[in-house]
Ligand binder design. Sequence first.
Ligand code: PLP
Length: 400
Amino acid sequence: MVTNNEILEQLQKYRYLDLKYETGNIFGSMCTKPHPMTLEIIKMFYETNLGDPGLFKGTKMLEEESISIIGKLLNNPEAFGYIISGGTEANITAMRLFNNMSKSNVNSTNNTDKIVKSSNIIIPETAHFSFDKSKDMMNLNLIRPPLTEYYTSDVKWIKDYVEDTISKKGENYVSGIVGIAGCTELGTIDNINELSKIGYENGIPLHVDAAFGGFVIPFLEDKYKLKNYNYDFDFKLEGVTTITIDPHKMGLSPISAGGIIFRNKNYKTYLDIEAPYLTETLQATILGTRTGVGAATTWGLLNLLGKEGYAKITNECMEKTAYLTRKLKENGFETVIEPVLNIVAIKDENAKETCNKLKEKGIYVSVCRCTNALRIVIMPHLEFEHLDNLINNLCDVNKK
Ligand code: PLP
């Protein structure tokens, strides 16, 4: 019989092969080393199942309280939602909501000619690939507006498109709009203010993907904000229906902890599926059995760190972002845009090749899809010396 220790020793060998955040060579990840307190929380909640909340009433309360705290952070004391597996599940949930809302709108008009086979969703070119998964699952039709020179969705184009299609094809034609607050590749923020107005005035729901930016934007010090840039993204804007915000990115929670926040609880009815053998007989989440660890770690960190703690973490990352940007310029590199959040994209015609050369040196960066560039995410595990090391290696592979 194999012993516990032997199993642990074998696991250790596999674990040894993984990269570690603290060595400072992971530059392309939106996750980071979780806060150390969460280790204790994981132990305490490892057997909990929020798929059957009547059995885990305390854990369910932690989820509700976490949503309420995040809701207030996002200017909405009425917020409803779930701590789920991550940004992908949150975005798919929002698309499921919009798809179901549009089907129910069409059904309620009783006009069979109008039955929507695939919902039309306006979605930025810079959106995360989780929306492509939603498209696959729900047969969505994704409409991609052009990008502005700032790599944000062109709101004028969207306004014209919405008004045009409403006049030609009827008011149910566009089922939803998506805006990104902190896009994966560049960290840009769409003009959510304008998107909200377009959505609100035309009765179209708006989803904001702030999976990354949600735990950054509310804490940014003014000195890190770009002039004439619109940072509004939350429920203060009346057109915003849902927001994705992930504790397991800049929230410092361990994986899996994502957040989907609805403006209010009424939206749940569009997602509910009967779950007759469970303690709560209507279930709105995509996953059935789901861990309560994310809700507990999120609650722990929201209460431990508070706004002040998150502001400190955010602004330290922004300071390092400014440092990296300055050093890159001094060494002859150019960035794609002035960084908006703690993401730096470095222009590089041969980005993939550079990325591979850096990997050979043990440095892990990623590449952008929307332009030829390397992508560096300045997460809390990165120190100034790691950034210096990155620049030295970049100079080396570029022979600058
Ligand atoms: N949305 C944005 C803006 C992201 O950057 C990411 C991941 O990087 C996601 C959604 C998907 O999140 P996850 O990987 O937690 O599913």
